[in-house]
Design a protein around this ligand. Structure first.
Ligand code: ADP
Length: 634
């Protein structure tokens, strides 16, 4: 990105590309099905609410009209009493039902905020690891978030649209039933306004009314379509904004931010982001001119409509077609009919405007999972006799032209301690990632007990490994929950694992023990542990999982020499009967391993015990050993 790039947004007045109504409705239906699957009560409670809400005004209109007719007509006392009773009773029952279901529906919809994120999180958790690294995936996530921040566009809005859609349909139906007699009741022949009885007049009137009813919501939808077009062009600016105010403000970036004045660096980029909504920006100009004008026009059209309805109904009543009570009923019913049609059209327009947002969400949810998903169960062996073999494995990262691993063949013997050494970038971590099946080999195969690991059930297969990754992250929850990976855990076991990882005196000194939070994000009594302590907690977490394979990727990089020596001294106790794979830069710490695999530029160049390797003076291991020994000697 150029630093002084000026973002102007789409050209004013340019018509955004719209999705067809049918395509938009199909997208909406898909979103509706997702919500239905997540919680059908959302819709059953809404349907019940609609019944009460929509019936309410009509019941009132009906009884009020009869009451007015009675007052201006026969004015019978007992009829007036019973009609008043009906009005009060029906209003009370409907208001009660409406209030109850509003509460129920609102509670269920409040949970939608969380559920809509669950759709994204579920996909993120199950998608191919490879897809997680693609910039396109992150672009889509940023767009989804942006759509939600623009005003709840996307999947969340589609849940609300059900109420609007069903509500307007019920409203229209009720109004039609109430006002059908307006058109069938005739003005007595000979009256100067009997022209109003002519079918042609009715046709002209109906056309005019329908026209205005359609026009008003269309104008609002036209104004709102701004969001779907603006959405496509403002993602970059929004991502920078989010980065600066969210990710950039995370605690572990705070020091770099201050020391290197990254706020100043961000300012250039922020200028790029801020002008999306700043005074004079595209958005600002749009809402002051075209968007504002659409809204104003829509309001004028809808008032004109109400005016016409009053005029027509009053003229018919004045000419003697019906009494004063029916006048009130027809005016209310037609106004309700118009509101129903308007809201139906507005809703259809809104479904159409929401289509690009849904398309983005579905493109994300539809990111294909290409990794072969096997179904074989991993044999649960009490003797932990798991045998892993890399058979001529080569691997290139997606999109990369160079091989990170080439023709690696290696077999782990059961219960063995294997060290993997090599310079930076020689492929050690890549080998671990392939072993844990975060990626599949480009060529060759990896076997567990003689069967290609692709054939095992993915989740089950990953349960065979405990890994301490180089860049592990511990969430800011309690220590015990972190170690166990659950809020319900065996406290004695968690404590033992922390002690085995070298944290015994330290653990005893913690005021809240296993409940101590890691960091202060959630608890002011939380402790900001040092890098070395965190690494030990991560090791304890791997031990708690108690998987047959324990993989430690530079497990002692953040430890001081004393702590490191302690870990190695207790390594055999830590590992017990597990097969341990251990990656390290410090060759001195690999001597306790049974076998050492030496990697160089993606290939496995040597494999043997420390004594064997150090005696091969022309080998890579010897060179690495010498380089480190020299460093310690000087
Ligand atoms: P080591 O663990 O030995 O330091 P790695 O296995 O991390 O080395 O890296 C091996 C090679 O693969 C390096 O050239 C590195 O740049 C490349 N590499 C690592 N991760 C990725 C990735 N996610 N995408 C593309 N290339 C990668």
């Amino acid at each position: 990105m150029k630093q002084h790039h000026r973002h102007t947004g789409p050209t004013l007045g340019k018509k955004p590309k719209e999705s067809g109504l049918l395509a938009s409705l199909l997208l909406w239906r898909r979103a509706f099905c997702l919500w239905w699957k997540a919680d059908p009560r959302l819709f059953t409670s809404t349907a019940a609410l609609l019944l009460f809400q929509t019936l309410s005004p009509y019941v009132t209109i009906y009884f009020t009209a009869r009451l007015l007719n009675e007052i201006t007509g026969a004015c019978r006392r007992e009829v007036l009493f019973s009609l008043t009773g009906y009005v009060l009773l029906s209003t009370a029952v409907l208001a009660l039902g409406s209030a109850l279901f509003t509460r129920r529906r609102n509670t269920l919809y409040a949970a939608c905020w969380q559920k809509k994120d669950q759709f994204v999180i579920q996909k993120l958790l199950q998608m191919d690891f490879e897809a997680l690294e693609q910039p396109h995936t992150h672009e889509l996530i940023a767009k989804i978030e942006q759509g939600q921040n623009f005003g709840g566009w996307g999947i969340l809005r589609s849940a609300n649209q059900f109420q609007d859609l069903a509500g307007s349909l019920v409203q229209i139906l009720g109004a039609i039933i109430l006002c059908i007699t307006l058109f069938t009741r005739k003005i007595p022949a000979g009256h100067s306004l009997s022209l109003l009885n002519h079918p042609l007049f009715l046709l002209v009137l109906a056309t005019g009314l329908v026209g205005m009813t359609i026009l008003s919501p269309r104008l609002i939808n036209r104004a709102d379509s701004f969001w779907s077009s603006f959405y496509k062009t403002s993602t970059q600016g929004n991502r920078i904004y989010m980065f600066h105010f969210r990710t950039g403000m995370e605690q572990d970036r705070a020091m770099d931010m201050r020391i290197y004045r990254q706020d100043l660096l961000a300012r250039n980029y922020l200028g790029y982001a801020a002008c999306d909504f700043a005074p004079g920006s595209y958005a600002d100009r749009y809402w002051h001119r075209k968007g504002g004008a659409y809204y104003a026009l829509s309001a004028v059209v809808s008032r004109l409509f109400t005016g016409f309805v009053y005029m027509y109904v009053c003229m018919k009543a004045w000419a003697g077609a019906f009494g004063i009570g029916d006048l009130a009923r027809y005016v209310s019913a037609i106004t309700a009919l118009s509101a129903g049609v308007s809201s139906l059209l507005y809703c259809l327009g809104s479904i159409r405007n929401n289509a690009p947002f849904l398309q983005t969400e579905f493109s994300f949810l539809d990111i294909p999972d290409r990794m072969y998903q096997g179904s074989i169960c991993v044999e649960k062996r009490t003797d932990r006799k798991y045998d892993v073999e890399f058979r001529d494995v080569s691997f290139r990262y997606p999109g990369s032209k160079t091989y990170a691993l080439r023709h690696v063949s290696l077999r782990f013997q059961i219960g063995e301690r294997l060290a993997v050494v090599g310079e930076n970038g020689s492929g050690k971590t890549t080998m671990i990632k392939l072993l844990c099946r975060l990626y599949d080999p480009t060529e060759g195969e990896i076997l567990l007990n003689g069967i290609n690991i692709r054939k095992y059930d993915y989740r089950e297969y990953q349960q065979v490994f405990s890994v301490v990754f180089q860049d592990f992250r511990l969430p800011a929850y309690g220590l015990g929950a972190n170690v166990a990976g659950s809020t319900h855990y065996n406290a004695a076991k968690a404590r033992r694992c922390l002690e085995d990882a070298g944290l015994s005196p330290w653990l005893a000194g913690l005021p809240d023990g296993l409940d101590t939070c890691i960091g202060r994000e959630f608890d002011e009594n939380g402790i900001a542990f040092s890098g070395g302590e965190l690494q030990k907690i991560a090791i304890a977490r791997a031990l708690y999982k108690d998987a047959p394979f324990l993989i430690l990727d530079e497990p002692t990089a953040a430890l001081d020499p004393v702590a490191e020596a302690q870990i190695y001294a207790s390594f055999n106790t830590l590992v017990q009967d597990k097969t341990a794979v251990y990656i390290s830069h410090r060759l001195s710490s690999c001597r306790f391993c049974d076998r050492i695999a030496v990697f160089d530029r993606g290939t496995l160049v040597q494999c043997g015990s420390h004594q064997e390797l150090v005696s091969q003076t022309d080998g890579k291991y010897y060179a690495l050993w010498q380089a480190q020994a020299q460093y310690y000697q000087t």
